[in-house]
Design a protein around this ligand. Structure first.
Ligand code: ATP
Ligand code: ATP
Ligand code: MG
Ligand code: MG
Ligand code: MG
Ligand code: MG
Ligand code: MG
Length: 285
Protein backbone atom coordinates (compact mmCIF):
# COMPACT_ATOMS: atom_id res chain seq x y z
CA UNK A 1 0.00 0.00 0.00
CA UNK A 2 1.21 3.47 -0.86
CA UNK A 3 2.41 5.67 1.98
CA UNK A 4 0.33 8.69 2.79
CA UNK A 5 0.49 11.40 5.42
CA UNK A 6 -2.62 9.84 6.94
CA UNK A 7 -1.07 6.49 7.61
CA UNK A 8 0.20 7.40 11.08
CA UNK A 9 -3.34 6.89 12.43
CA UNK A 10 -2.74 3.13 12.17
CA UNK A 11 -0.47 3.50 15.22
CA UNK A 12 -3.47 4.35 17.37
CA UNK A 13 -4.64 0.75 17.13
CA UNK A 14 -3.96 -1.13 20.35
CA UNK A 15 -2.66 -4.69 20.36
CA UNK A 16 -5.21 -7.11 21.80
CA UNK A 17 -3.84 -10.57 21.22
CA UNK A 18 -4.87 -13.04 23.90
CA UNK A 19 -2.46 -14.85 26.20
CA UNK A 20 -0.78 -17.75 24.33
CA UNK A 21 -1.34 -21.35 25.29
CA UNK A 22 -4.66 -20.71 27.05
CA UNK A 23 -8.17 -21.89 26.23
CA UNK A 24 -10.16 -19.02 24.70
CA UNK A 25 -13.88 -18.85 25.42
CA UNK A 26 -16.02 -16.47 23.41
CA UNK A 27 -19.46 -16.08 24.97
CA UNK A 28 -22.24 -14.27 23.18
CA UNK A 29 -25.61 -13.28 24.62
CA UNK A 30 -28.79 -11.96 23.01
CA UNK A 31 -29.32 -8.23 23.53
CA UNK A 32 -32.61 -7.47 25.20
CA UNK A 33 -34.03 -10.95 24.68
CA UNK A 34 -36.54 -10.49 27.48
CA UNK A 35 -38.28 -7.98 25.22
CA UNK A 36 -37.43 -9.89 22.03
CA UNK A 37 -38.94 -13.12 23.40
CA UNK A 38 -42.17 -11.24 24.26
CA UNK A 39 -42.34 -9.67 20.81
CA UNK A 40 -42.22 -13.08 19.11
CA UNK A 41 -44.36 -14.76 21.77
CA UNK A 42 -41.73 -17.29 22.91
CA UNK A 43 -43.40 -19.98 24.97
CA UNK A 44 -42.51 -19.64 28.68
CA UNK A 45 -40.33 -20.75 30.28
CA UNK A 46 -38.80 -22.59 27.32
CA UNK A 47 -39.57 -22.06 23.67
CA UNK A 48 -38.20 -25.13 21.90
CA UNK A 49 -38.13 -23.38 18.49
CA UNK A 50 -35.97 -20.59 19.89
CA UNK A 51 -33.50 -23.08 21.39
CA UNK A 52 -33.36 -25.10 18.18
CA UNK A 53 -32.66 -21.88 16.29
CA UNK A 54 -29.81 -20.95 18.67
CA UNK A 55 -28.39 -24.44 18.13
CA UNK A 56 -28.71 -24.23 14.36
CA UNK A 57 -26.86 -20.89 14.34
CA UNK A 58 -24.13 -22.22 16.66
CA UNK A 59 -23.74 -25.33 14.52
CA UNK A 60 -23.25 -23.16 11.43
CA UNK A 61 -20.60 -21.14 13.29
CA UNK A 62 -18.80 -24.37 14.21
CA UNK A 63 -18.76 -25.57 10.62
CA UNK A 64 -17.37 -22.26 9.36
CA UNK A 65 -14.69 -22.10 12.06
CA UNK A 66 -12.89 -25.45 12.43
CA UNK A 67 -10.71 -23.94 15.16
CA UNK A 68 -13.64 -24.18 17.59
CA UNK A 69 -13.39 -27.28 19.79
CA UNK A 70 -16.72 -27.26 21.58
CA UNK A 71 -19.66 -24.97 22.21
CA UNK A 72 -22.27 -24.81 24.96
CA UNK A 73 -25.58 -22.98 24.78
CA UNK A 74 -28.48 -22.15 27.07
CA UNK A 75 -31.24 -19.54 26.81
CA UNK A 76 -29.99 -16.67 24.63
CA UNK A 77 -26.29 -17.36 25.16
CA UNK A 78 -23.61 -19.49 23.54
CA UNK A 79 -20.00 -20.15 24.56
CA UNK A 80 -17.47 -21.16 21.92
CA UNK A 81 -14.16 -22.68 22.99
CA UNK A 82 -10.97 -22.30 20.96
CA UNK A 83 -8.22 -24.82 21.60
CA UNK A 84 -5.28 -23.43 23.52
CA UNK A 85 -3.07 -23.99 20.46
CA UNK A 86 -5.35 -21.88 18.26
CA UNK A 87 -3.61 -19.13 16.27
CA UNK A 88 -6.58 -17.83 14.31
CA UNK A 89 -6.27 -14.04 13.73
CA UNK A 90 -3.05 -14.16 15.80
CA UNK A 91 -5.44 -14.65 18.74
CA UNK A 92 -6.60 -11.03 18.48
CA UNK A 93 -9.60 -10.68 20.81
CA UNK A 94 -11.54 -8.14 18.77
CA UNK A 95 -11.17 -10.20 15.58
CA UNK A 96 -12.21 -13.45 17.28
CA UNK A 97 -15.19 -11.96 19.11
CA UNK A 98 -16.48 -9.89 16.20
CA UNK A 99 -16.18 -12.80 13.75
CA UNK A 100 -18.03 -15.20 16.05
CA UNK A 101 -20.74 -12.72 16.95
CA UNK A 102 -21.39 -11.55 13.38
CA UNK A 103 -21.31 -15.08 11.95
CA UNK A 104 -23.71 -16.26 14.65
CA UNK A 105 -26.05 -13.30 14.18
CA UNK A 106 -26.08 -13.72 10.39
CA UNK A 107 -27.04 -17.41 10.75
CA UNK A 108 -29.62 -16.67 13.46
CA UNK A 109 -31.39 -14.38 11.01
CA UNK A 110 -30.82 -16.77 8.09
CA UNK A 111 -32.32 -19.77 9.91
CA UNK A 112 -35.13 -17.79 11.56
CA UNK A 113 -37.86 -18.63 8.95
CA UNK A 114 -37.20 -22.37 9.41
CA UNK A 115 -38.15 -22.17 13.11
CA UNK A 116 -40.58 -19.22 13.11
CA UNK A 117 -42.34 -19.67 9.78
CA UNK A 118 -45.40 -17.73 10.93
CA UNK A 119 -43.64 -14.70 12.40
CA UNK A 120 -41.24 -12.95 10.04
CA UNK A 121 -38.53 -10.80 11.64
CA UNK A 122 -38.96 -7.04 11.70
CA UNK A 123 -36.75 -4.29 13.16
CA UNK A 124 -35.34 -4.05 15.74
CA UNK A 125 -33.54 -7.18 14.49
CA UNK A 126 -31.90 -9.65 16.91
CA UNK A 127 -28.35 -8.80 17.93
CA UNK A 128 -25.78 -10.27 20.31
CA UNK A 129 -22.95 -8.98 22.47
CA UNK A 130 -19.75 -10.93 22.95
CA UNK A 131 -16.62 -11.22 25.05
CA UNK A 132 -13.48 -13.35 25.16
CA UNK A 133 -11.97 -14.87 28.30
CA UNK A 134 -8.78 -16.96 28.58
CA UNK A 135 -8.59 -20.03 30.82
CA UNK A 136 -5.08 -21.26 31.60
CA UNK A 137 -5.83 -24.86 32.58
CA UNK A 138 -8.15 -27.66 31.53
CA UNK A 139 -9.57 -27.57 35.05
CA UNK A 140 -10.42 -23.86 34.70
CA UNK A 141 -12.04 -24.51 31.33
CA UNK A 142 -14.09 -27.42 32.66
CA UNK A 143 -15.12 -25.33 35.65
CA UNK A 144 -16.26 -22.62 33.23
CA UNK A 145 -18.38 -25.13 31.30
CA UNK A 146 -19.75 -26.54 34.57
CA UNK A 147 -20.59 -23.04 35.76
CA UNK A 148 -22.75 -22.43 32.67
CA UNK A 149 -24.49 -25.81 32.96
CA UNK A 150 -25.19 -25.37 36.68
CA UNK A 151 -26.63 -21.95 35.84
CA UNK A 152 -28.86 -23.61 33.24
CA UNK A 153 -30.11 -26.12 35.81
CA UNK A 154 -30.77 -23.58 38.57
CA UNK A 155 -32.56 -21.15 36.23
CA UNK A 156 -34.58 -23.88 34.56
CA UNK A 157 -35.80 -25.41 37.80
CA UNK A 158 -36.78 -21.96 39.05
CA UNK A 159 -38.45 -20.92 35.78
CA UNK A 160 -40.27 -24.24 35.38
CA UNK A 161 -41.73 -23.96 38.89
CA UNK A 162 -42.49 -20.24 38.51
CA UNK A 163 -44.37 -20.69 35.22
CA UNK A 164 -46.20 -23.79 36.44
CA UNK A 165 -47.49 -21.81 39.44
CA UNK A 166 -48.75 -19.16 37.01
CA UNK A 167 -50.04 -21.30 34.15
CA UNK A 168 -51.48 -24.22 36.11
CA UNK A 169 -51.74 -22.74 39.59
CA UNK A 170 -53.50 -19.54 38.50
CA UNK A 171 -51.08 -17.34 40.48
CA UNK A 172 -49.85 -13.97 39.31
CA UNK A 173 -46.13 -13.27 38.94
CA UNK A 174 -45.81 -11.51 42.28
CA UNK A 175 -47.45 -14.35 44.22
CA UNK A 176 -45.35 -16.99 42.45
CA UNK A 177 -42.17 -15.04 43.14
CA UNK A 178 -43.08 -14.70 46.80
CA UNK A 179 -43.82 -18.40 47.09
CA UNK A 180 -40.41 -19.32 45.63
CA UNK A 181 -38.44 -16.81 47.68
CA UNK A 182 -35.81 -18.57 49.78
CA UNK A 183 -36.69 -22.07 48.51
CA UNK A 184 -34.10 -24.74 47.77
CA UNK A 185 -34.05 -27.16 44.82
CA UNK A 186 -35.77 -29.85 46.87
CA UNK A 187 -38.64 -27.47 47.69
CA UNK A 188 -39.18 -26.62 44.03
CA UNK A 189 -39.13 -30.31 43.04
CA UNK A 190 -41.71 -30.95 45.74
CA UNK A 191 -43.99 -28.08 44.68
CA UNK A 192 -43.91 -29.37 41.10
CA UNK A 193 -44.60 -32.95 42.14
CA UNK A 194 -47.08 -32.56 45.02
CA UNK A 195 -49.13 -29.68 43.60
CA UNK A 196 -48.99 -30.46 39.90
CA UNK A 197 -47.85 -34.09 39.56
CA UNK A 198 -44.85 -32.98 37.54
CA UNK A 199 -41.64 -34.95 37.90
CA UNK A 200 -38.90 -32.47 37.03
CA UNK A 201 -36.70 -35.35 35.84
CA UNK A 202 -39.12 -35.92 32.99
CA UNK A 203 -38.66 -32.44 31.54
CA UNK A 204 -36.85 -32.30 28.18
CA UNK A 205 -33.07 -32.77 28.37
CA UNK A 206 -32.52 -29.67 26.22
CA UNK A 207 -34.30 -27.62 28.91
CA UNK A 208 -32.54 -29.22 31.88
CA UNK A 209 -29.02 -29.49 30.48
CA UNK A 210 -28.71 -26.96 27.66
CA UNK A 211 -26.93 -27.93 24.44
CA UNK A 212 -23.39 -28.98 23.72
CA UNK A 213 -21.99 -29.01 20.19
CA UNK A 214 -18.79 -30.75 19.20
CA UNK A 215 -17.13 -32.83 16.54
CA UNK A 216 -17.85 -36.50 17.08
CA UNK A 217 -15.24 -39.16 16.43
CA UNK A 218 -15.22 -42.71 17.77
CA UNK A 219 -16.24 -42.79 21.43
CA UNK A 220 -13.94 -44.29 24.01
CA UNK A 221 -15.69 -47.00 26.04
CA UNK A 222 -16.33 -45.93 29.63
CA UNK A 223 -13.56 -46.96 31.97
CA UNK A 224 -11.00 -47.87 29.29
CA UNK A 225 -7.71 -46.52 27.92
CA UNK A 226 -7.22 -42.77 27.92
CA UNK A 227 -8.84 -41.26 30.96
CA UNK A 228 -9.32 -37.63 31.78
CA UNK A 229 -6.67 -37.58 34.49
CA UNK A 230 -3.95 -38.32 32.00
CA UNK A 231 -5.35 -35.72 29.63
CA UNK A 232 -5.48 -33.16 32.40
CA UNK A 233 -1.96 -34.03 33.58
CA UNK A 234 -0.65 -33.84 30.04
CA UNK A 235 -2.36 -30.50 29.46
CA UNK A 236 -1.21 -29.06 32.77
CA UNK A 237 2.34 -30.21 32.21
CA UNK A 238 2.42 -28.30 28.98
CA UNK A 239 0.74 -25.20 30.37
CA UNK A 240 2.83 -24.87 33.51
CA UNK A 241 6.22 -25.98 32.16
CA UNK A 242 8.88 -23.49 31.23
CA UNK A 243 8.74 -24.48 27.56
CA UNK A 244 5.18 -24.67 26.23
CA UNK A 245 4.49 -27.67 24.07
CA UNK A 246 4.14 -26.47 20.50
CA UNK A 247 2.55 -28.59 17.79
CA UNK A 248 4.27 -28.65 14.42
CA UNK A 249 2.66 -26.75 11.56
CA UNK A 250 1.87 -29.94 9.66
CA UNK A 251 0.36 -31.51 12.80
CA UNK A 252 -1.87 -28.46 13.33
CA UNK A 253 -2.90 -28.52 9.66
CA UNK A 254 -3.64 -32.27 9.79
CA UNK A 255 -5.83 -31.83 12.86
CA UNK A 256 -7.56 -28.86 11.29
CA UNK A 257 -8.45 -30.96 8.22
CA UNK A 258 -9.72 -33.81 10.38
CA UNK A 259 -11.87 -31.36 12.33
CA UNK A 260 -13.29 -29.93 9.13
CA UNK A 261 -14.34 -33.43 8.01
CA UNK A 262 -15.76 -34.72 11.30
CA UNK A 263 -19.51 -34.68 11.87
CA UNK A 264 -20.80 -31.93 14.13
CA UNK A 265 -23.34 -33.11 16.70
CA UNK A 266 -25.73 -31.28 19.02
CA UNK A 267 -26.36 -33.12 22.31
CA UNK A 268 -27.91 -32.43 25.70
CA UNK A 269 -25.46 -34.19 27.97
CA UNK A 270 -23.99 -33.74 31.43
CA UNK A 271 -20.71 -31.88 30.87
CA UNK A 272 -19.99 -31.46 34.58
CA UNK A 273 -19.08 -35.06 35.36
CA UNK A 274 -15.90 -36.66 34.01
CA UNK A 275 -17.60 -39.19 31.77
CA UNK A 276 -18.38 -36.79 28.92
CA UNK A 277 -14.74 -35.72 28.68
CA UNK A 278 -13.26 -39.16 29.32
CA UNK A 279 -15.17 -40.64 26.42
CA UNK A 280 -14.11 -37.82 24.07
CA UNK A 281 -10.42 -37.34 24.82
CA UNK A 282 -9.84 -35.44 21.55
CA UNK A 283 -11.73 -32.45 22.94
CA UNK A 284 -9.12 -31.49 25.50
CA UNK A 285 -5.96 -33.01 24.03
P1 ATP B 1 -29.26 -8.44 28.11
O1 ATP B 1 -29.27 -7.61 26.88
O2 ATP B 1 -28.63 -7.75 29.28
O3 ATP B 1 -28.66 -9.81 27.90
P2 ATP B 1 -31.75 -9.89 28.25
O4 ATP B 1 -33.15 -9.40 28.31
O5 ATP B 1 -31.35 -10.61 26.99
O6 ATP B 1 -30.81 -8.65 28.52
P3 ATP B 1 -30.83 -12.24 29.70
O7 ATP B 1 -30.34 -12.31 31.11
O8 ATP B 1 -29.83 -12.55 28.63
O9 ATP B 1 -31.48 -10.79 29.52
O10 ATP B 1 -32.06 -13.21 29.61
C1 ATP B 1 -32.53 -13.75 28.42
C2 ATP B 1 -34.03 -13.56 28.33
O11 ATP B 1 -34.53 -14.19 27.14
C3 ATP B 1 -34.79 -14.17 29.50
O12 ATP B 1 -35.85 -13.33 29.84
C4 ATP B 1 -35.31 -15.47 28.92
O13 ATP B 1 -36.50 -15.89 29.52
C5 ATP B 1 -35.53 -15.13 27.45
N1 ATP B 1 -35.35 -16.31 26.60
C6 ATP B 1 -34.22 -16.68 25.98
N2 ATP B 1 -34.38 -17.84 25.32
C7 ATP B 1 -35.65 -18.23 25.55
C8 ATP B 1 -36.42 -19.38 25.15
N3 ATP B 1 -35.89 -20.34 24.39
N4 ATP B 1 -37.70 -19.46 25.56
C9 ATP B 1 -38.24 -18.50 26.32
N5 ATP B 1 -37.57 -17.40 26.73
C10 ATP B 1 -36.28 -17.25 26.36
P1 ATP C 1 -9.76 -10.20 5.56
O1 ATP C 1 -10.65 -11.30 6.00
O2 ATP C 1 -8.40 -10.31 6.06
O3 ATP C 1 -10.37 -8.83 5.77
P2 ATP C 1 -10.39 -9.65 2.80
O4 ATP C 1 -10.27 -10.48 1.57
O5 ATP C 1 -11.76 -9.25 3.25
O6 ATP C 1 -9.62 -10.39 3.96
P3 ATP C 1 -9.74 -6.81 2.82
O7 ATP C 1 -8.39 -6.16 3.00
O8 ATP C 1 -10.76 -6.56 3.85
O9 ATP C 1 -9.47 -8.34 2.56
O10 ATP C 1 -10.22 -6.31 1.41
C1 ATP C 1 -11.52 -6.36 0.97
C2 ATP C 1 -11.60 -7.02 -0.37
O11 ATP C 1 -12.94 -6.98 -0.86
C3 ATP C 1 -10.73 -6.35 -1.43
O12 ATP C 1 -10.21 -7.33 -2.31
C4 ATP C 1 -11.72 -5.47 -2.16
O13 ATP C 1 -11.29 -5.21 -3.48
C5 ATP C 1 -12.98 -6.31 -2.10
N1 ATP C 1 -14.15 -5.44 -2.09
C6 ATP C 1 -14.74 -4.92 -1.00
N2 ATP C 1 -15.77 -4.16 -1.32
C7 ATP C 1 -15.85 -4.19 -2.66
C8 ATP C 1 -16.73 -3.60 -3.62
N3 ATP C 1 -17.74 -2.82 -3.25
N4 ATP C 1 -16.52 -3.85 -4.91
C9 ATP C 1 -15.50 -4.64 -5.30
N5 ATP C 1 -14.65 -5.23 -4.47
C10 ATP C 1 -14.81 -5.02 -3.17
MG1 MG D 1 -26.13 -9.81 28.77
MG1 MG E 1 -29.49 -11.55 26.85
MG1 MG F 1 -28.73 -14.43 28.63
MG1 MG G 1 -11.26 -4.56 4.37
MG1 MG H 1 -12.06 -7.96 4.81
Amino acid sequence: MANSKFEYVKQFEQPDSLLPNTWIVVRLDGRGFTKFSTKYAFEKPNDKRALDLMNAAARSVMSELPDITIAYGVSDEYSFVFHKSCTLFERRASKLVSTIVSTFTAYYVHHWPVYFADSPLSPPLPSFDGRAVCYPSVQNLRDYMSWRQVDCHINNLYNTTFWTLIKQGGMDGTAAELMLKGTFSADKNEILFKKFGINYNNELEIFKKGSVIFREYELVEPGTTLNLNSVVEEAEKSSSGAVPEVKSKSQVEKERKARTKAGIVVEHLDIIRDEFWERRPWLLS
